[in-house]
Design a protein around this ligand. Structure first.
Ligand SMILES: [Zn+2]
Length: 71
């Protein structure tokens, strides 16, 4: 199963959960403040591809989204 990160909109705590495809975090509760309803964080390659411009040309091979010394 894929792992997703969920962020608490109340306190900002991020938790990582194993969950089904399509899980959106509405049923999760913040471990820190108890706020119900977390927001799924877009993480990994996809988000950096989206934020790195069009065509994924801004990151060098092997960057893996860390971008240290990349750009
Ligand atoms: Zn919280």
């Amino acid at each position: 199963m894929p792992m997703y990160e969920f962020g608490c909109p109340n306190c900002g705590t991020v938790t990582t959960e194993l969950c089904r495809m399509g899980e959106n975090g509405e049923l999760l509760t913040c471990v820190d403040c108890g706020h119900a309803g977390l927001m799924k964080q877009i993480s990994g390659f996809a988000s950096f591809g989206l934020s790195g411009g069009t065509g994924g040309g801004s990151c060098s091979p092997g960057c893996r989204g860390i971008c240290t010394g990349c750009h």
